[in-house]
Design a protein around this ligand. Structure first.
Ligand SMILES: Cc1ncc(COP(=O)(O)O)c(C=O)c1O
Length: 368
């Protein structure tokens, strides 16, 4: 890529939030409710022969996206996204966690959704540029961060099913507190038996909007039963545990095994998942990526072999799972205490991300 393609122009917001307004938001950011003053944008156009280029990299004021009503994304859902966080360290620097893994996953999603790949350096630069201009939006509270949401949409105006020739890549940012709100405590999750989020050859491994649209009905069912997230199984594979609607899942065994479902083609390659696997190996746990069925989960909790279950993802980091509920049975208890291994890995991971624990794997990248 040429150097000029990396040069972002800047048009600053004429109406940024005042320092007081920003302080009021940062005092209690919640999750996904508020957005910073700017956005990063890079457009793509396919050339005559098909091979296209990324152009007009820029920082713009945050605001509505001008789009033709016939834009392909609105009709055929050609869209992908990412999620990662920027943390303010004690020395004032702003740092992010394994962004090259997100860049690689964005491109894996792009290939699956027939969207153009974005050079890793352009991905990283878009984050640097946005965080630089909106640096005052990075919260400093315990467990808080600036959530970065890169996404790519098909903007070409046409009706017809083929890959769009015009695409827009954007990044927005949102100050974030605890994903599940309030104090960290074990969550209840709902077992979806009626709905699947992914199937063989489908898009389960891609981070595309359609997967999440497909999971909403199950999510609503779960919420009606007092659950925060939904667990999906692979019914055609002995009810193998897959993942939650927005998180991967881990099991801690009494004998020191740390088990997570193997990446089967239908599970998202979580960056947190891969980091937890590494931290597990570092502390000498017997780390296993393999098939784990619903029956093994039920039997393991009943016999005491499985001592802890937790969910992990960028948004909620590591969250203990207290109980799994379904129409017919319950595993665990909503009052279960957070497990020791779960909390210890959570603290280590958060410590690395926020700069209080040494980053021995070189996972941090300074953005500003
Ligand atoms: C379906 C799904 N699984 C797992 C994850 C966890 O991935 P990560 O750890 O990269 O945030 C996410 C969140 O991105 C997700 O949406």
């Amino acid at each position: 890529m040429s150097v000029s393609a990396l040069e972002f122009t800047r048009k600053l917001s004429a109406h940024p939030k005042s320092a007081q307004e920003r302080a009021a938001i940062l005092a209690d950011p919640g999750f996904g409710n508020h957005f910073t003053d700017h956005t990063a944008v890079v457009d793509y156009r396919a050339g005559e022969s098909g091979e296209g280029s990324w152009q007009e990299a820029r920082i713009e004021p945050y605001g509505p996206i001008p789009m033709d009503p016939a834009a392909a994304v609105l009709h055929y859902g050609q869209e992908i996204f990412e999620g990662l966080k920027a943390y303010r360290h004690a020395d004032g620097s702003i740092v992010t966690f394994r962004p090259e893994a997100n860049a690689a996953r964005l491109n894996a999603s792009a290939r699956r959704l027939a969207l153009p790949e974005l050079p890793e350096e352009l991905f990283l630069e878009s984050l640097r540029q946005l965080v630089d201009v909106d640096r005052d939006w990075v919260p400093t509270g315990d467990g808080e961060a600036l959530y970065l949401r890169p996404f790519m949409i098909a903007t070409e105006a046409f009706l017809g099913v083929r890959p769009a020739r015009e695409v827009s890549y954007r990044v927005i940012a949102s100050p974030a507190g605890n994903y599940f709100g309030g104090e960290l405590k074990p969550v209840s999750i709902w077992l979806s038996t009626k709905y699947a989020r992914a199937g063989r050859g489908g898009t389960g491994e891609a981070k595309c909007g359609g997967n999440y649209a497909a999971s909403l009905i199950a999510q609503m069912e779960g919420e009606a039963h007092g659950c925060k997230q939904v667990l999906f199984l692979d019914e055609a594979n002995d009810n193998a545990v897959e993942e939650l609607g927005g998180m991967n899942v881990f099991f801690v065994f009494k004998d020191g095994r740390l088990v997570t479902p193997a990446l089967s083609g239908t599970i998202l390659h979580g960056v947190t998942r891969s980091s937890v696997l590494q931290l597990g190996r570092d502390r000498g746990l017997d780390v296993q990526e393999r098939k784990i069925t619903l029956n093994e989960w039920r039997d393991g909790v009943a016999s005491g072999d499985i001592t802890e279950v937790f969910a992990c993802g960028t948004a909620a980091v590591i969250t203990p799972i207290g109980e799994l509920k379904s129409e017919d049975f319950t595993v665990g208890s909503p009052d279960a205490a957070a497990g020791e291994v779960t909390m210890s890995i959570r603290e280590q991971l958060l410590g690395i991300q926020t700069g209080t624990v040494e980053d021995t794997h070189g996972w941090l990248t300074r953005l500003a």
